[in-house]
Design a protein around this ligand. Structure first.
Ligand code: PLP
Length: 386
């Protein structure tokens, strides 16, 4: 879909998000964008397509609205919408040729790690995992000439180590590789990896971009429409990993409040981190917004407007104590996922299983937009259970 206001390219990202979709629907004057449920699109008397779409597995005006907004928010050339974050991740990683080399953090979203392990087993792709807490480890893991993709998250889920995106891009490019950043936790409201030198950005749009825990979706945004990008589009077309138009429309609606939600949730997270830092029932609070966090200076350099709504608490004791706290909350909901308006608490090691390198006493918090005082009081009373 063509941008209805091409002269508005210089608008601030928060304005682009608030008016996500068509500025005003030219067909009806509606200020809310229309949904296009049709799977197939008619041809005219000359057998030419009447619009940009032919068949919805390839292109649909509702996906195109989301993609236009995502590309503008990230400052990218183009975006592709997928049925989930994993569909976006696997489409990107599918471009890695058999026998090539991939570098990624040893602790990050476990689905990505599982997919990389599968690529190593089934496709002969070599994978080197590095310690994201060690600033020199990424560069040391590269194999110049052989590394095809460097895949990072920043901050890294669920330890919230901060990887310097500009430094990672420089190192990846020096080795002849591309850098893709899973920026699900930071969101385009706080960090724009393409401006920091990354080649592509990935979002589980299931999380903050939608923001209401009711849509599965994923996004890839590219800096350049190069051969790898054309291949990604082909993988989506042939693999069919697309959402329904209604999900795409809900996502568009969620994106309109992205900045407000992320701003409020980040402020809540910072208040919680400051309150619980040094708490007698905790070994540590992992949050890049704390000045004592080893990645704070890098986070301050590459994030604007906050440090995100994700943090982890390391409870005194082990897995049993952590699970006791997770089940004693009354406002935080004990469950997986993140990025909704409601606060969630999760014992990550239980979800990831025995291979996980996540500390057994780690509780991941996805902080929502509730009253900060209620969230702090809830965690205080839950910690009294241990
Ligand atoms: C950082 C991160 N990346 C990717 C994903 C996968 O996204 P989805 O669940 O939408 O497939 C998740 C899901 O939790 C995630 O937290």
């Amino acid at each position: 879909m063509t941008d209805p206001k091409p002269d508005n390219k210089r608008l601030a990202p928060s304005t682009i998000a608030a008016q996500a979709g068509q500025f005003v629907d030219p067909a009806t004057g509606g200020v809310s964008p229309p949904i296009h449920p049709s799977t197939t699109y008619a041809r005219d008397a000359e057998y030419e397509l009447m619009g940009a779409s032919s068949y919805s597995r390839d292109h649909n005006p509702t996906y195109a609205q989301v993609e236009t907004v995502a590309a503008r928010l990230e400052g990218g050339a183009e975006a592709q919408l997928f049925a989930s974050g994993m569909a976006a991740i696997t489409a990107f990683l599918e471009t890695v040729p058999g026998g090539a080399h991939v570098v990624a953090p040893e602790v990050m979203y476990h689905g990505t790690l599982d997919w990389l392990r599968r690529m190593a087993e089934r496709r002969g792709v070599e994978v080197t995992l590095f310690d994201a807490a060690d600033p020199a480890a990424l560069a040391a893991a590269l194999r110049p000439g052989a590394t095809d993709v460097v895949w990072i998250e920043s901050p890294v889920n669920p330890t919230w180590d901060v990887i310097d995106v500009a430094q990672a891009a420089e190192a990846a490019h020096g080795a002849g590789a591309v850098l893709c950043v899973d920026a699900t936790a930071a969101t385009p409201a706080l960090m724009r990896p393409l401006e920091l030198g990354a080649d592509a950005v990935m979002h589980s749009a299931t999380k903050f971009l939608n923001g209401h825990s009711d849509v599965m979706a994923g996004l890839l945004v590219t800096r350049e429409t190069d051969a790898r990008w054309e291949e990604i589009k082909r993988i989506r077309l042939l693999g069919g990993g697309i959402p329904g138009p209604f999900e795409a429309w809900l996502l568009l609606r969620g994106m309109r409040t992205l900045f407000l939600r992320v701003e409020r949730a980040s402020a809540n997270a910072l208040a919680i981190a400051r309150h619980f830092d040094g708490h007698p029932k905790l070994d540590a609070v992992l949050y890049p917004g704390l000045e004592s966090h080893p990645g704070h200076a890098i986070a301050r350099k590459q994030m604007q407007g906050g440090y995100g709504a994700m943090m982890s608490l390391l409870t005194r004791g082990g897995a049993a104590e952590a699970r006791t706290v997770a089940t004693a909350t009354r406002v935080f909901v004990p469950t997986t996922s993140l990025g909704g308006v409601e606060s969630l608490i999760e014992h990550r090691a239980t979800v990831e299983g025995p291979e996980s390198l996540v500390p057994p006493n780690l509780l991941r918090l996805s902080v929502g937009i509730e009253d900060a005082g209620d969230l702090i009081n809830d965690l205080e009373q839950a910690l009294e259970a241990i």
